[in-house]
Design a protein around this ligand. Structure first.
Ligand SMILES: [Fe+2]
Length: 342
């Protein structure tokens, strides 16, 4: 049955042994970077690479790719479902607990029993991930930024960039612009229009509220808001209606992770173009290429992973159902992997 095949066998959200070992070394004499341990995983960086080691395997990633992915995993609190840093290493969110794995979503590893997974308390692993992104990010490099808009991550330890890596992801309680909620972006509060959105009109809607409803009504120009995003591939929660979360974002270069959601995920392409590579969530087999042009809408199934490529900075509305019940319903076969069946 397709649904059973696509779930992650053995990854039940409770009952797994929690790893409690965490460690960090002093700064290396040559590179200046600290090394980190979480459970049986060991992490080391040098001038160009992140090196990951676990019982029975080693793996390398270019440090720019690793830091961009690590930054998203930290900022998103392990996000929905699976965050594949690449085809080998990643995390799976169980909302309070999290798996860290090597090879678990790659059938070259799983078919010969060489994949490795450990379970952690989310906040404990998060502390190590935050220390790692802090220590390994040099002055002048911003892992949230498009490559053309930041410096380079290479070389020995050279300062830090705490301001960039400690950005809080926007999470509106009700909607951007409402009293007491996250504000609309303006020049004055530090969000100038991005160079690639110079043609986006900056007018704001005019609205007149019946007395007594000032707290309940707001309106803002979403295109203006997105044209002023200072980060890429970082969906912000801009409106909330029960479990319905509108998470628009601006995209340039490559989605730093292969995201394997544990629920359906809608993409509304608001401007320009993104090319999506779609792979099977469990095995990593290629499934489709999707070219999304302005106005296109698609729904990613719950059993795939996706990575987007955006040559010109573009605007994407990601629409999530935030219900905590969905992953279990899908795992148990009680909810489908697709939003609509014809
Ligand atoms: Fe996604």
């Amino acid at each position: 049955m397709a649904m059973a095949e696509s779930s992650f066998a053995g990854s039940t959200p409770s009952g797994a042994d929690l790893q409690r070992h965490f460690g960090a070394s002093a700064a290396d004499n040559i590179t200046g970077y600290r090394s980190f341990e979480a459970g049986s995983f060991k992490f080391r960086r040098d001038e160009y690479f992140a090196h990951i080691q676990w019982p029975g395997g080693i793996h390398q990633m270019p440090i720019d790719v690793f830091l961009r992915a690590l930054m998203r995993d930290v900022a998103w609190g392990f996000f929905y479902g699976t965050v594949n840093f690449d085809t080998v290493f990643g995390t799976i969110n169980y909302y309070g607990e999290v798996d860290m794995f090597a090879g678990k979503t790659n059938e070259a590893f799983t078919s010969v029993g060489r994949d490795f997974t450990e379970r952690f308390q989310s906040d404990e692993l998060m502390a190590t991930f935050k220390d790692m992104v802090s220590d390994w990010t040099n002055e002048g490099y911003d892992p949230f930024a498009a490559p053309q808009e930041t410096g380079v991550p290479w070389g020995s330890k050279n300062g830090d960039n705490e301001e960039a890596i400690s950005r809080e992801r926007v999470t509106a309680k009700r909607m951007v612009g409402l009293p007491g909620d996250t504000p609309v972006r303006t020049d004055d509060n530090g969000f100038p229009v991005n160079r690639m959105f110079a043609d986006v009109e900056q007018d704001q809607p005019e609205f007149h509220v019946e007395p007594g409803f000032e707290d309940e009504f707001s309106a803002f120009n979403l295109f203006s808001y997105l044209s002023r995003s200072d980060v890429t591939w970082n969906p912000s929660v801009c409106s909330v209606v029960n479990e319905s979360l509108f998470c628009p974002t601006s995209e340039e270069f490559i989605l730093p992770v292969e995201h394997g959601n544990d629920r359906c995920e809608w993409f509304l392409q608001l401007s320009d173009e993104i090319i999506w590579t779609i792979k099977d969530g469990s095995t990593g087999r290629y499934r489709a290429q999707v070219i999304a042009k302005a106005g296109d809408i698609c729904c990613m199934p719950a059993d795939i992973r996706h990575q987007g490529f955006s040559n010109k900075r573009s605007m994407l509305l990601v629409w999530e159902n935030g219900s905590p019940k969905i992953p279990d319903l899908i795992r148990e076969g009680k909810a489908p992997n697709v939003a609509v069946q014809f």
